[in-house]
Design a protein around this ligand. Sequence first.
Ligand code: ZN
Length: 329
Amino acid sequence: MQRACLYSSCATKAPAINSHQISRKQLDNLAVDGELVTCKPIEGKLIADKKYYLFRRPSPKKALAFKGYCSVCDNSVFKNADDTSTAFSSVKAIEQSARSVSYLLNEERITYRAVIDARKKIGLVGDELGSWRPAILGLKNETVVDEWKYLKKSYFAYISLYFDANANANGSSNVWLATREVEDINLKIGFAFSSTIYLTADFWGKPVSVPWKGKDTLPPLATFMLLKYQGKWHLALTSHSIYSKQAIQFWNQVLSVPEDELLFQLFRFSTYANMGTVISPNFLSMFEKQCPRELKLIESHGEWQSNIAKPFNWQILQPVPKLGTLRLV
Ligand SMILES: [Zn+2]
C-alpha cells in the first residue's frame, strides 16, 4: 500500500519510500556477512511452539525499515542523524528522535489496524472499553478506535516537537534532552538502538506514576538511543519537557548502573523496549555462549510479553553477566 510522506511541510507529496529507523551506515557497521539481528517476536511460532523467538536475522537493507518519508524528505530532514562521519550533537539526537517516533507510529498503525479489524469481525469495536494495552494507562475509558486516533495525533505532535526544536533558530524549545559519550573499554558494544518508550515504566520495568490525563495531554514518551558517530558511542534520551521529571528519573537510573554491568543492562533494556534494536550476530553469539540463562530471560520478558503477562523487575537479577566495561564520560 502507498503511504504519504509523514513530513508535515513535505513539498513533493510523493509516496513514502523505505526508510531505516537507524541509519544505514550504523546498520552496515554491525552486519556480519550481510546479516543482522533485530528483536521482533514471531508470534505465530510463539503460540504454536510455546517457545520464544525474539530474534530475527534480516539483511541491513530490510532491518528496521519502514515507509515513513518520501525520498526528498528522507535525505534532507535526517541528514545530520545520518552523517556518522561528524561528531554527535543534540541536533542529531533530536532528528533521530523524530525518526524513532515515526517508526513507532508506523508499527503501531499496523498493530492497531489488526486489532480493530479483528474486533470488527466479532462486532466489538464500538462498545469495547478499556485499553487493550496496559502501557496506555491514561486511556482507560476509550474504545480501541479512539485510543488509536489519540495516539496517532500524539505521535505526530512529538514528530513536530522534534523538527520544530531543530528549526528554531533562537534555540528555545520544549524538548528535554540529555546525552553522554560512552567509552567502550573492552570494545564489546555490538548493538545499537533507538527506541521510543513510555515513561510509565522505569529503566528496571517498574511502574512510574505519571501526570497523564488521558486525551487532554500528550502521552509520556521518551526516545532512548545508543549510536556511533565518528567512531565513538553515545547515549541520549529525549522527551517533552512536561515529562522532564520522569525522564530525569529514568536517565539517573541509567547513569547509576555500575560500569561493568551497564553493557548488559543497556542490551537488556533495548531488547525489552523492542522497537529499534539492531545487534551484530557476533555479539549475540558471544552472549549466547557466556550467559545462556540471561538470554532466555531476556527472550521471555520482552515488552510483547509484559503486554500480555506480568512485568519483570530486572533489579532482582543479581549478579548480572559482566560482558565488558562501559564508562560514561
Ligand atoms: Zn516528503
